[in-house]
Design a protein around this ligand. Sequence first.
Ligand code: HEC
Ligand code: HEC
Length: 212
Amino acid sequence: MTWTRGWALAAVCAALLGGCGPQQPQGDARGPRLFETCAACHGAQGEGNQEFGGPAIAGMPEWYLLRQLNKFRAGHRGSDPQDRNGLRMRGMARTLNHEGDVEAIAAYVASMPPQAPEPVLGGNAENGRELYQSCVQCHGGNAAGNIERDAPPLTSLNDWYIVAQLSLFKAGDRGTSEGDATGATMRPMAIGLADETQMADVAAFIATLRGQ
Ligand code: HEC
Ligand code: HEC
């Protein structure tokens, strides 16, 4: 059965019968299948792939994943022509166009075990410790995130991705789109870091907080 026919059938079944049984790709079953596409750039375990710029996403909270996928779809992230990685992801997010796709993939990725990719930038964690003090109020002392501040956990992210995002925020390629209120909250914090050396230091310190 082709992809399109499968979906058309699923839609008909849902409308007429309230579903056609467990063989139809709905709800939870859809997540793993959709993830096959994501794995190309995010890694088979969702551990990230530096070559393609796709960060570790496994185990990120569902609320954060949903919000980011919707931001990419709406163009609040990844619409700056300079932001090649963001543009790549934006194209992907826009292929999630069946009703419930975004929810299904977010739930699945959130259920995957979080990864702890090795730092590759050689940042100085001791310097990073001091710099991280200004991040605690939102991301938490253990960088586990805080939904009340809309701030995601940072410990499972790749150090190169943390630096790339801090650079995007600082340059105004993330967190400046009208309607991106949570990105706007983060932006001044990245502006407060002097350069990529400081960003790599703070990323090195964040990696030491894993498991706390
Ligand atoms: C063609 C490569 C590619 C594919 C395929 C891809 N992504 Fe991405 N994704 C990226 C890149 C690159 C980024 C980083 C964008 C940036 O630097 O701002 C990203 C970022 C993300 C983020 C933001 C993570 C964060 O911490 O804010 C999420 C969530 C995400 N992708 C989910 C997915 C899902 C789910 C799929 C499969 C449906 C997928 N991606 C498929 C390349 C890809
Ligand atoms: C005032 C609250 C606040 C403070 C302080 C703060 N952040 Fe954030 N941060 C956020 C929010 C909110 C987001 C989510 C932005 C979004 O929704 O796109 C975020 C996102 C991020 C991201 C992107 C994560 C991803 O998966 O793409 C990184 C990296 C980050 N913060 C690092 C830091 C660092 C490092 C510091 C300290 C120098 C810091 N933050 C201080 C609120 C804050």
